[in-house]
Design a protein around this ligand. Structure first.
Ligand SMILES: Cc1cc2nc3c(=O)[nH]c(=O)nc-3n(C[C@H](O)[C@H](O)[C@H](O)COP(=O)(O)O)c2cc1C
Length: 165
């Protein structure tokens, strides 16, 4: 798959098979995450691999959707606010950095025949509390990871002449 084919193949999967993800595939995906760029190369992030039943139950409380529970595992991407780069005018860059790393994750997973979905609309405070995360750590994205039980949907996007000036 070239990059355009990969980008077209990635979609938000909201129904997963129970099959576990192979360790080699997970290692490959996390290597793609590790190599993501970040502002001033700060790498202000942590990725929690959530596979234990007890932890999965905690995480799915933070985003109560039945479909989320179908995933065999999750990755929680956190921003470390004490490590992110802050520009001279005060703009924090952790959100940008985490977004790049998470999309590396999603594209790498797609390349490996796996499916993902960005989830940001979760209760981050509850997540922090349930996993006893430190003050400086903000859980920013939950990514369910597994084999799809649904199918690629057609992409609805703005036209190129609406976004390129
Ligand atoms: C930053 C971000 C946050 C998102 N949060 C959620 C979410 O909380 N729940 C959800 O079901 N989808 C979420 N999505 C998925 C988007 O709805 C989806 O990417 C968009 O509709 C385009 O569809 P596609 O990913 O299938 O191409 C999120 C996507 C992004 C990039």
């Amino acid at each position: 798959m070239n990059l355009l084919e990969l980008v077209k193949a990635r979609y938000s999967c909201r129904n997963y098979q129970p099959t576990s993800v192979e360790q080699e595939k997970l290692d490959y995906i996390m290597e793609c995450v590790r190599l993501a760029p970040s502002a001033v190369n700060k790498q202000p992030w942590l990725f929690h691999i959530v596979t234990k039943e007890e932890d999965k139950a905690k995480l799915t409380q933070c985003y109560r959707r039945d479909w989320l529970k179908t995933a065999p595992m999750y990755i929680v991407a956190s921003i470390l606010h004490d490590e992110e780069w802050v520009r001279f005018d005060g703009k924090h860059h952790g959100d940008i950095d985490i977004a790049i790393a998470v999309e590396h994750l999603c594209l790498a997973a797609t390349e490996q025949g796996l499916a993902t979905c960005w989830v940001c609309n979760f209760d981050a405070n509850l997540c922090k509390e349930l996993f006893a995360l430190p003050e400086n750590e903000e859980p920013a994205v939950i990514i369910p990871l597994g084999y799809a039980a649904d199918e690629l949907k057609p992409k609805s996007r703005k036209a190129i002449d609406e976004i390129v000036l």
